[in-house]
Design a protein around this ligand. Structure first.
Ligand code: FES
Length: 82
């Protein structure tokens, strides 16, 4: 989320600043990296329920993804612009 905000990605509002309290940092994780990035936990899943965009199996709140070496090369897609 922080990288996306710094890059001025317009679909990443990140209104709560990464507190898992707004759902405006919703992204879709590239299929090949799902095992490495993991799935949304309970609190994150509840927040995804309020996301404006459709939730898919590969949905994550980007503020909850911990960047680490094994995610090098991962691509995420943002939902369609609102
Ligand atoms: S920035 Fe608000 S939930 Fe991620």
């Amino acid at each position: 989320m922080e990288a996306g905000v710094k890059a001025d990605i317009p679909e990443l509002d990140a209104e709560c600043g990464g507190a898992c309290a707004c759902g405006t940092c919703h992204v879709y994780v590239e299929e090949a990296f799902l095992d490495k990035v993991g799935f949304a936990g309970e609190a994150e899943q509840q927040m995804l329920d309020y996301a404006e965009s459709p939730v898919q199996e590969n949905s994550r709140l980007s503020c909850q993804i911990v960047v680490q070496d094994e995610l090098d090369g991962m691509t995420v897609r943002t939902p369609a612009a609102r």
